[in-house]
Design a protein around this ligand. Structure first.
Ligand SMILES: Nc1ncnc2c1ncn2[C@@H]1O[C@H](COP(=O)(O)OP(=O)(O)OP(=O)(O)O)[C@@H](O)[C@H]1O
Length: 242
């Protein structure tokens, strides 16, 4: 569903992403881990066609994203750390507006249903989003992805700043989406949530994907230890784990 082949991005002399090879299948949650500046956001922005690769290719549903921007845009939903919504519009009005932009028209009952299934409290649905908490805004973002019927969901640190309950609820929504067949690529620093919700985790450092772990085979403590070992090691000194 989502594939990077020798994907690279150079900014001047700086190699922000170095020959990334990665596949995320439908129904899979793949988490990108790595220190600040590792190349996680760059990877997501390449898949979104916000930036062009210096080499290699990013594909979604078999389509090169830089060659087929319109077809790809229809299939992808993106949740940044802070979901951009119109503050004076309600959650329902925002969802209606963004759904129309992506070519979907839903009646109010259906829109309300998307928001409720994303966990937004019923009493909040008609209130202006200016007064929403960050967790509530993220839930509107998930409702937008569902309403768009996106096949691929790209997330950049979506649980950063959420309280533990909000992060838990948000992660459960991701699992439901994956169970419905959505391919999910998420950049995050939340090792605990990676273990709980991710199927695989890739550890990045200075633009390189150093290793990929199956979370089912790795305890939370081991995931943390392996992550820290890679961060402490020289770039090429660490041995791939799997
Ligand atoms: N527009 C740009 N111009 C020059 N360098 C950039 C640009 N965008 C990113 N970089 C550099 O590319 C590298 C990768 O950045 P990126 O934002 O992908 O890291 P990240 O893993 O997402 O980090 P964080 O965890 O802080 O979000 C960094 O060294 C960054 O300074």
């Amino acid at each position: 569903m989502l594939e990077a082949c020798d994907l690279s991005k150079r900014y001047g002399s700086h190699l922000a992403l170095d020959r990334l090879n990665l596949q995320v299948k439908a129904g899979e949650i793949f988490c990108l881990l790595g220190a600040n500046g590792a190349g996680k956001t760059t990877t997501i922005h390449l898949f979104l066609n916000f930036i062009k690769p210096s080499a290699g290719v990013a594909r979604i549903a078999g389509l090169d994203v830089s060659q087929n921007p319109d077809q790809v845009r229809q299939r992808v939903a993106y949740l940044p750390e802070n979901v951009a919504l119109y503050p004076r519009l309600s959650g329902l009005e925002n969802l209606d507006y963004f759904s129309r932009l992506s070519g979907h028209r839903y009646d109010k009952t259906r829109l309300r249903d998307f928001l409720c299934r994303a966990g937004l409290p019923d009493e909040a649905v008609d209130r202006p989003v200016a007064a929403y908490s960050k967790g509530m805004r993220q839930k509107v973002g998930i409702a937008m992805a569902c309403a768009k019927e996106a096949q691929v969901l790209l997330l950049d640190e979506p649980t950063s700043g959420l309280d533990p309950q909000a992060a838990y609820e948000f992660s459960n929504l991701l699992v439901k989406l994956a169970n419905a067949g959505v391919a999910i690529l998420m950049a995050t620093h939340d090792l605990f949530r990676v273990k709980e919700t991710g199927h695989r985790a890739g550890i990045m450092k200075v633009g390189q994907l150093l290793t990929v772990l199956k979370t089912a085979d790795t305890s939370a403590a081991d995931l943390e230890r392996i992550y820290l070992d890679y961060m402490r090691a020289g770039l090429r000194a660490a041995e791939p784990v799997s």
